[in-house]
Design a binder for this molecule. Structure first.
Ligand code: SF4
Length: 132
């Protein structure tokens, strides 16, 4: 893998994307342990129950300058999430959450473990900003 071939962990639901996690009853994302690539049927079925990105997180190749969230050098989404998240609200854990894309994750590459601890609070359909 090219060093620049990073994966966006807050992508749109589209055929070929990876289902990264599903929002639990507590509002937090539960990460999948193994990657599952979604197809047209999945996206269609998920869309029949509302915006998939409000209930699930998807991953796909980072588009860098092809994405409005790209600052020119990095992804602005996780920077904004961490800026708005107080230390007191960041989930405290002894271990990182299981994650199927960590090896190529853009946010992990930029911010390391801090991104992973905040990741479960991010819902893509809320303009990619963590819950209030
Ligand atoms: S920030 Fe961490 S937990 Fe979230 S998708 Fe990236 S590697 Fe996985």
């Amino acid at each position: 893998m090219n060093e620049d071939d990073k994966t966006c962990p807050s992508a749109r639901a589209a055929p070929g994307a990876i289902l990264l996690g599903i929002k639990g009853a507590d509002g937090r994302i539960k990460h999948m342990r193994t990657p599952m690539v979604v197809d047209d049927n999945f996206v269609e079925a998920a869309s029949a129950h509302g915006t998939p990105e409000a209930r699930m997180r998807f991953a796909s190749p980072c588009q860098t300058k092809g994405c409005a969230q790209w600052t020119g050098t990095r992804c602005g989404v996780i920077d904004n999430v961490l800026k708005h998240l107080t230390v007191a609200r960041t989930p405290q854990r002894d271990t990182l959450p299981a994650c199927a894309i960590r090896a190529s994750c853009r946010w992990f590459d930029q911010t390391g473990e801090t991104a992973c601890f905040a990741c479960e609070l991010v819902v893509t359909d809320q303009s990619a900003i963590a819950a209030e």
